[in-house]
Design a protein around this ligand. Sequence first.
Ligand code: MV4
Length: 502
Amino acid sequence: MFKKILIANRGEIAVRIIRACREMGIETVAVYSEPDADALHVRLADEAVLIGPAKSADSYLRADKIIAAAKDTGAEAIHPGYGFLSENAVFVRQVTDSGLVFIGPAPEAMEAMGGKISARKIAIEAGVPVVPGTTEPLASFEEAEKTAGEVGYPVMLKASAGGGGKGMRLVNEPKELRSAFETARSEALAGFGDDSVYIEKAVVKPRHIEIQVFGDSHGNYAHLGERECSIQRRHQKVIEECPSPINDADLRSRMGECAVKVAEAVKYVGAGTVEFLVSDVDRSFYFLEMNTRLQVEHPVTELVTGIDIVREQINVAAGRPLSFTQDDIEMRGHAVECRVYAEDPANNFLPSPGTIRRLRLPQGPGIRDDGGVYEGAEVSIHYDPMISKLCAYGRDREEAIDRMRRALQEYRVEGIRTTLPFFREVMDDPVFLSGKLDTGFIGGFNERKTQNTPDQTEIDLAAIAAALAYTDAERARSAAAPASRTESRWTVAARMAGLRSR
Ligand code: MV4
């Protein structure tokens, strides 16, 4: 087992990994950029190495500096966390060529899953359902037209070099196809320097459900159930939960088996996540892609299965077998995660950097907050503005949401704006509470909000109506009392409604 691990990341995930190392008796080395000198992960690590200025390209993405820091401090392994270099096969090779262990999959597995087309081909060969469509880029509009006719509308045109929702176009009927095809190609060329586009049948209002998988270097594989990740904003997950409200044991085992088949196909070692689109119509599911890293939302799986995913990653990287078999895995209870961001929901979620003047974190039954900040900490503009992942665990979904609602009320941050008010509203949203989620949830939530929020005229009229009702009551009372100078009812009403009387 490693004696010392370097964490090549920052923020809450660096803190999370340091905690796992500490519990395992492993020393930790943090790396940090100049603005992160006082960051929580630097404070918690046993050692810390400055690797550069604020810009990620000059610090957290500088493979040479990270590897040098590991060599200089005698760290035997590097944990990349997520983001930054966590899915960079070149970095993995540099780490292993330097005689260090990369805590994650082999570069070949990373590369096999890195390209969407190659990942699709692997899934097809593994007998895993993919969305019907082409696996090679379309050679012509005629081929697009032919395929669309075969799979049926609506279809989705996707840029081969796209990803994360970029370079996708939904086509609902044949007459739209030609212009959509031309536009998709020109956008792909402009966006990614590669105009190749492929076509799939569109899964309408899909859920995004992902399966946590694990492989070790002894040929063992297992899945840790699913996570519901349909609540996304601009293809960024916002709220995740485990298990999915629609998954039952049968769907879970079928999706889990498919996820394990994909992992086996690339001899995957370590923690990975296989993403699926799930149709609410018939609960059919389709392979979307595989993420070859630890996911932000891993805590909800940890809470429901009891498995410490980071600990397993470290054990597997050290050559140990998985500490569990598939039969050991059971889903118990329900967990929900809210990604708390330093963004202003009242201002189109614009980042809200600054100093956290006051911070009160929620605690108590069923609450876990994986955070990377403290009172007085700076939320920088240089990096992802997530300040913590608030998780609530309960015996079932209802209890988990009750606890999340209570925790969101306790959670206090002053000095910056956060997405906390947004989550407080979602926890009372009838569609969210129903569990009938799909990737269009946030769009629908915003529409419901707009519909239920009266516009200013309605507010003024309500105020005047209230004032008139009040003056009527006043007049009735004064009619019973001695005569006195009575103002016109409009003057009184205007005064009551806070409007200047004309
Ligand atoms: C789709 C789809 C419907 N049908 N493919 C979005 C980003 C990338 N992961 C793939 N995405 C989608 N692919 C077909 N054939 C709907 C989406 C999609 C989506 C998927 C998962 C999570 C959020 C999403 C938001 C919009 C669209």
